[in-house]
Design a protein around this ligand. Structure first.
Ligand SMILES: *Cc1c(COP(=O)(O)O)cnc(C)c1O
Length: 394
């Protein structure tokens, strides 16, 4: 006898079977070490080339010590949302430090970057408004745009002419342009100066997600500092779980924008504050980011070694000058096969496939924590394995 619940489960199984057949099924590798240049995953020790810990701060002793001291001082739980009783002096100090570091009057910390994007976009635009977004923006920005109920216009990647037409054509009350400063799966950057000029011409907000620029670009202060850009209409967001090595995110903007978010942003209001020990760890991380410039220099050296080494062997990476260095693959199957072959040689490199990205690729990420020999070995093994993988699948 078939019961209704059998059909419910069969429908899930059919969808998963489809994913498996298309080489798109995912599982979660279990890591049994701290994050670092070498990790143990499913019992095997590998060089880690898929983390976003670009500066190698995820297990930095000073930041770990700040978290431990924070736990001693504040305990573990924050107890409530920021507007009830969860906003502690550690959050307040961390926000002031982040705002000063990126050169904005005020900042707001949130528990994750996903939440920060939902908070800003749903608070600032609604049904009568329009939001304009690059096609390659991060999924959390897309979800935020959908949730806002504003008219959601996507323009082709970095296509400013298309964006300008969309801005000129909209009857919307308020306009907001939302963009990744460094595109998370491609590693290339948005033309922020030109986007600001468009935002000014069409009186739009410019919301910049700098998840992959903060800590790395502009002496650690991020993509705006890198370009020397500033404007009250720019709302800046960066995450704190990537280069900063901790967790969470912050929004930096004019005082009134932050005040507006505190009052209007449901994803900020209706969630428990992150533990104060996280805020203390982030404050320590900002000091390390400011003081340890050698980490950014070493990362740049690794980027050059990887790009030049692969190019010399005839293997072209996608155009990127950041820590994200994608290698385009002809199919999801090929991406998986190269990832598996590299793993056999001790490298952990993620195969990124649709629907996360339009075209399959290996996403190689570099960190200041890698040593030169690790990067060199990766270059040699990619060059040795790639032709075999392509041949065996063609
Ligand atoms: C990782 C990421 C986010 C989400 O941040 P979390 O803190 O991981 O939730 C948002 N935007 C971009 C571009 C990202 O890469």
């Amino acid at each position: 006898m078939t019961t209704a619940s059998d059909e419910l489960f069969a429908a899930l199984e059919a969808d998963l079977a489809e994913r498996r057949a298309a080489h798109l099924y995912r599982r979660r590798p279990v890591v049994s070490t701290p994050q670092g240049p070498t990790v143990t995953v499913d019992g095997v020790t590998l060089s880690n080339f898929c983390s976003n810990d670009y500066l190698g701060l995820a297990a930095h002793p000073r930041i770990v010590a700040a978290a431990q001291a924070g736990a001693e001082r504040w305990g573990v739980g924050s107890g409530a949302s920021h507007l009830v009783c969860g906003h502690q002096a550690a959050h307040e100090a961390c926000e002031r430090k982040l705002a000063a570091f990126v050169g904005k009057p005020a900042a707001l910390t949130l528990a994750t970057g996903y939440l920060a994007n939902l908070a800003v976009i749903t608070a600032l635009v609604g049904r009568e408004d329009a939001v304009f977004a690059d096609k390659l923006n991060h999924a959390s920005l897309n979800d935020a745009c959908l949730l806002s109920r504003a008219t959601f216009k996507r323009y082709a990647h970095n296509d400013l002419a298309m964006l300008e037409r969309q801005l000129a054509d909209t009857p919307a009350r308020r306009k907001l342009i939302a963009v990744d400063a460094v595109f998370s799966m491609d590693g290339d950057t948005a033309p922020l100066a030109a986007l600001l000029a468009l935002a000014e011409r069409h009186d739009a907000w410019l919301f910049i997600d700098d998840a992959h620029g903060f800590g790395v670009l502009g002496d650690g202060r991020g993509s705006l500092a890198e370009l020397g850009l500033a404007s009250p209409r720019i709302i800046y967001m960066a995450t704190l779980g990537k280069a900063a090595g901790v967790a969470g995110a912050f929004v930096a903007a004019e005082e009134i924008v932050i005040d507006y978010l505190i009052n209007m942003a449901r994803p900020y209001i209706y969630t428990t504050a992150a533990p104060a020990l996280i805020a203390d760890a982030v404050s320590a991380s900002v000091d390390v980011i400011a003081q340890e410039a050698w980490r950014r220099e070493r990362l740049q050296t690794h980027i050059a070694t990887l790009r030049e080494g692969l190019a010399a062997g005839g293997c072209m990476l996608m155009p990127s000058s950041t820590a994200i260095q994608p290698l385009q693959m002809p199919s999801s199957e090929a991406a998986l096969a190269l990832s598996a072959a590299l793993r056999e040689r001790g490298h952990w490199v993620a195969a990124i496939r649709p629907p996360t990205v339009p075209t399959p690729r290996l996403r190689l990420t570099l960190s200041a924590a890698h040593d030169a020999a690790q990067v060199q070995q990766l270059v040699e093994d990619v060059l040795a394995l790639l032709p075999n993988v392509l041949r065996s699948l063609s």
